[in-house]
Design a protein. Structure first.
Length: 257
């Protein structure tokens, strides 16, 4: 990338960059992410990175991604591979879908590098909970709807629905964006209703956001479980957004895969 009016940092041998690839569309890569893809000797990719982005890699590509409910490498094994490659003097890119520090285990991988004495850099990416919803025509904030938004994982460390304070979440956040809630959608809905959210409140499910396979379903809290079951084209990775910002999609549905 020599046509830029400024210099980009060099991906040094023996170091690891933890890079966010964004929600899917290759056009949402940052300059640093593209620079790293072209510079790395080895790209260790997450399972959710779009193949069009991996086609930009200048070096070898290894897949080490975690997928809920599927056979996946252990986090310790991923950390060990990053350290092994760096210690061998390779220029290593760990590529994560979305942003590495938003439900991406980036902190765990960075801490592993710290403990091993491996130099690293964090390259943020556009999180699916913001960029993916934008591609569905849904803003995460709108002045007439909300002055707060909660980003929540629907998939806890033990594989079940997280046991946080659902009453506080339901009362405190006018808009809630759930990542990785697809497998436990019925439980998430039950907890929201038990915590006082209205059954007729608007929701949307965005499957494979910002990719050619993007599919969006609009529903309500009360109908979404049945509606998803009636649409087998909706598959993970999928976002669930709860709140009146969903109504903006009627006017802002700008993107056609």
């Amino acid at each position: 990338m020599t046509d830029l009016p400024f210099d980009l940092p060099e991906l040094q041998p023996g170091s690891v960059w933890l890079v966010g690839a964004g929600p899917g569309d290759p056009g949402l890569l940052t300059l640093l992410a593209l620079h790293a893809l072209r510079s790395a000797d080895v790209v260790v990719t997450d399972a959710l990175v779009d193949k069009r982005i991996l086609a930009l890699a200048g070096g070898a590509v290894e897949s080490m991604g975690k997928r809920g409910g599927l056979a996946s490498p252990k986090q310790d094994a991923i950390n060990a591979r990053l350290i092994e490659l760096a210690k061998a003097g390779r220029r290593v890119l760990r590529l994560k879908g979305g942003d590495p520090f938003v439900f991406g285990r980036g902190a765990e991988e960075a801490m592993g590098l710290v403990e091993a004495g491996v130099p690293f850099r964090i390259v943020p990416g556009i999180s699916a909970g913001v960029g993916g919803l934008a591609y569905a025509g849904i803003p995460v904030t709108a002045r007439d709807v909300n002055s707060a938004v909660a980003f929540v994982t629907g998939h806890g460390e033990d594989g079940d629905v997280p046991a946080f304070d659902w009453d506080a979440l339901a009362k405190g956040a006018p808009v809630i964006v759930f990542y990785m809630a697809f497998r436990h959608l019925d439980q998430v809905v039950a907890r929201l209703l038990d915590a006082g959210r209205r059954a007729d409140e608007r929701v949307a499910v965005v499957s494979k956001a910002a990719t050619p396979a993007q599919t969006v379903l609009e529903a309500t809290i009360g109908t979404v479980v049945a509606d998803v079951a009636a649409h087998p084209e909706l598959v993970p990775p999928a976002l669930l957004v709860v709140g009146d910002v969903v109504r903006y999609r009627q006017h802002l549905n700008w993107w056609s895969p």
